[in-house]
Design a protein around this ligand. Structure first.
Ligand code: 5PN
Ligand code: ZN
Ligand code: ZN
Length: 277
């Protein structure tokens, strides 16, 4: 589409980052086989896109009680304002105002708040629910919060843990494949490796440079610069290819890169009522 019309259709897109608190990992997990070791506290956040075609939420952070129960060694810090309902409330929104929830993948720090959106349409890669339901032994901690899917929870004998009025029907996902344009200028970029069906996210605006959210294809800026992925992955060779794909896309689109778990950069990001667009 030609410039002026395209810019007009995109000029009202706004992106809000919902601060979801923080967790701790050892440096050798953040930077696989490279380190240095020692505690690294990193942010977790979700991405709200206000778009002409609807309100899209990408990821839903972690559930504090889940982390305290299953991974207390990740030392969660999450205030009330950093829960999903709390972060939405800062913007004058409630969970029911969200039309579409997209999960980049189903690690517990990206799907812990899904339970608040039984009414929303849900989208993920077509392989990701089945992987969470029947994961590799080394993926068990990553896929430990199954409250996003009654189907996945039942498959792992945790059906009774589903709360907030969820059913099979209202936790059913539309499965997608490859790169997909979710709405005009909002593109899901298939970046497998970290997980089997992992997605990064490219958002274009009428008013400013695009933003490319690496999500967990690159936890930090240093991760992408050194092609050093996290120690959690299903296919590390695919993970390196995905990092190269992200780099190329950012260059081709002159996109600003934003990382999922990079505290130093996160502290410079707009959060709360401050948005992009
Ligand atoms: C934050 C975090 N901690 C543990 C895991 C894991 O086992 O797979 C992914 C992951 C995480 O993102
Ligand atoms: Zn992950
Ligand atoms: Zn993550």
């Amino acid at each position: 589409m030609a410039g002026a019309q395209w810019e007009k259709e995109m000029s009202d897109t706004k992106v809000y980052l919902l601060d979801g608190g923080s967790l701790v990992l050892d440096g050798y997990h953040v930077f696989w086989n490279r380190g240095p070791g020692g505690e690294v506290r990193f942010p977790v956040y979700s991405i709200l896109i206000e778009h002409r075609e609807g309100r899209f939420l990408i990821d839903t952070g972690y559930d504090y009680d889940h982390v305290m129960k299953v991974l207390p060694f990740e030392k969660p810090q999450q205030t009330k304002d950093q829960t999903i309902p709390g972060a939405l409330k800062l913007l004058g929104l409630e969970p029911k105002d969200i039309g579409v929830v997209v999960n980049s993948h189903f690690h517990f720090d990206h799907c812990g708040g899904n339970k608040f959106f039984p009414h929303a349409k849900k989208i993920c890669h077509r392989l990701e629910v089945a992987q969470a339901a029947n994961c590799q032994p080394f993926e068990h901690l990553g896929y430990s919060d199954l409250t996003f899917s009654v189907e996945a929870a039942e498959a792992r004998g945790q059906g009774e843990q589903i709360r907030h009025g969820q059913t099979r029907a209202n936790t059913t996902f539309e499965g997608i494949d490859g790169d997909v344009e979710l709405a005009k200028g909002v593109k899901l970029i298939f970046t497998p490796g970290h997980s089997i069906g992992h997605y990064s996210l490219l958002v274009e605006f009428g008013t400013r440079r695009p933003i490319l959210f690496t999500i967990d294809a690159a936890y930090t800026q240093k991760s992408l610069e050194t092609l050093c992925q996290a120690s959690f992955h299903i296919d590390p060779v695919a993970g390196v290819a995905s990092m190269r794909k992200v780099r190329k896309l950012a260059e081709d689109h002159d996109a600003e890169l934003m990382y999922s778990h990079d505290m130093e950069n996160f502290l410079t990001y707009n959060t709360g009522t401050k948005f992009y667009g």
